[in-house]
Design a protein around this ligand. Structure first.
Ligand code: GDP
Ligand code: GDP
Length: 438
């Protein structure tokens, strides 16, 4: 089920990224470059009243050197096109400005639900300033303070209430949805064509187009797939489309709709930071991941080349140690035949359920071999029982005496033990500690 999208729009310095960071909280770790630097993240997820949604800070999509009004128009256009609900943020201390009025007009015409946040209302004595914002004609102004975290609850109530009731899922559960992500020119489009051009692939006539990508459904050997191609889509005339951050945003959205993510890299170039960032997002989102090393034809090889290449990738991608690596060439089609079988396998692992008693045997053996940690006071972690609570990604709950005692390193140890017993190649697994009720 795709999550609904909230976009934040407003003039510079009204507090958009402060509000964004408040709503997002601590959720994203790996994707972030440096904590505390605003505008590093323009896309993340939030949750309110058990409703999960995605959030875009349109102020983060900079278009160089354009005058304020032009920038504002791009932001509004982006929000109107991408979002289900728009949060329009204004500065309550400055009152209504001409730019606010113009943006309000644009947003209003779109007929999308708009929630008006009047920011910098740090204390209630300022609320009399609110009334002038009714003149924008977009409904009740919500007084908020991004920096103090005041009023956001009421604002989010309204946001969540305005989301569309049900988002339609286009494909049935047995269909494997996969996307290709990676920088321009690594060969994503060529790979899509090579996959679709393989023998016995039956491509459906009508590809579906979403906001971000072209979906092509196809069938091979009785298995249904959808390939989500972000690269093949080049909309014209939208300035923000050409910005790098927007293409990252689009990749992130494709990841979210996928079961399996193919992280495509060019064999000649290897990994760069941007790749790591996007792969980190796939990992965080709990998607199955395959690393595809394309253009393998241009590499001069001896019998150790692949091994060395793999070793280097593994060092760079520590948290993706579970991801299989496929070396191939979309151009010569060498080794292309390996790709769909690997997709099938990781997809199966991604949705695998293990038997509870086998899981508990694994945990008991693991604890016997390497005792559970203790805290400074000597209190020892006790694991009473383990069970798998969900799939995609496989998620395990350990019922314990005190969840705080399950440290990262011991969790990692248990994860490795679980992986030694069950084949979870290609999929992250989550382990959660819960306090055992007496
Ligand atoms: P953006 O450009 O719209 O993303 O604005 P920022 O989030 O970067 O905030 C601009 C400035 O306003 C920063 O100095 C913030 O600390 C400040 N700010 C944000 N929210 C509030 C608020 O609720 N009250 C006050 N007093 N200052 C705020
Ligand atoms: P995208 O931007 O990631 O979709 O990349 P394209 O599929 O458009 O490919 C970029 C360029 O790389 C094109 O000139 C392709 O012909 C070339 N290319 C794609 N795959 C391969 C490959 O496996 N080997 C070689 N040598 N070139 C390739």
């Amino acid at each position: 089920m795709p999550k609904p999208i909230l976009a934040i729009v407003g003039r510079p310095n009204v507090g958009k990224s402060t509000i964004f960071n408040r709503i997002v909280g601590e959720r994203i770790a790996i994707v972030e470059d440096k904590p505390g630097v605003t505008r590093d993240r323009i896309y993340s997820s939030g949750e309110w009243l058990n409703k999960e949604f995605n959030i875009i800070d349109t102020g983060g999509i900079e278009i160089n050197e354009e005058p304020l009004m032009v920038q504002m128009r791009y932001q509004a256009e982006l929000a109107i096109e991408e979002a289900d609900v728009i949060c329009f943020v204004v500065n309550g201390r400055e009152g209504v400005t001409a730019a606010d009025e113009e943006v309000a007009q644009l947003l209003f015409r779109s007929k999308k639900p708009i929630v008006l946040g009047v920011n910098k209302m740090d204390d209630p004595s300022m609320h009399e300033k609110l009334y002038e914002f009714y003149s924008l004609g977009i409904g009740d102004p919500y007084p908020i303070s991004g920096s103090h975290g005041i009023g956001l609850g009421d604002l989010l109530d309204k946001v969540v209430e305005s989301f569309p009731v049900e988002q339609e899922e286009l494909y049935d559960d047995d269909t494997i949805k996969f996307s290709l992500i990676g920088r321009p020119n690594v060969g994503k489009s060529s790979l899509v064509n090579a996959i679709l051009g393989e023998e016995r692939v039956i491509v459906s006539d009508i590809p579906g187009t979403t906001r971000d990508a072209i979906d092509t459904p196809f069938t091979k050997d009785g298995q249904d797939y959808v390939v989500i191609d972000t690269a093949g889509m080049r909309k014209k005339g939208k300035v923000y489309e050409s910005t790098e951050k927007y293409s990252v945003l689009r990749a992130l959205r494709a990841i979210e709709r996928s079961d399996v993510v193919l992280m495509v890299i060019n064999a000649e170039e290897g990994m760069i930071e941007q790749d790591k960032k996007i792969a980190g997002y796939a990992h965080e989102a709990g998607r199955a991941v395959i690393i595809v090393v394309n253009k393998w034809d241009v590499i001069e090889k001896d019998d150790k080349t692949m091994q060395k290449f793999e070793q280097k990738l593994r060092e760079e991608f520590l948290y993706l140690s579970y991801a299989p690596i496929v070396f191939l060439s979309a151009k010569t089609k060498r080794r292309m035949q390996h790709l769909l079988p690997v997709i099938n396998t990781v997809s199966e692992n991604h949705t695998m359920r293990v038997q509870t008693h086998v899981l508990n045997d694994v945990i008991v053996d693991a604890v016997a071999m390497n005792p559970t940690p203790t805290d400074h006071g000597g209190k020892r972690l006790r694991i009473s029982y383990a069970t798998q609570v969900s799939v995609a990604p496989p998620t395990f709950v350990l019922f314990v005496n005190d969840p705080e005692l399950l440290h990262f390193s011991y969790k990692r140890y248990l994860e490795n033990k679980i992986r030694d017993t069950f084949d979870f190649t290609g999929t992250p697994i989550h382990i959660i500690a819960r306090k055992k009720s007496e």
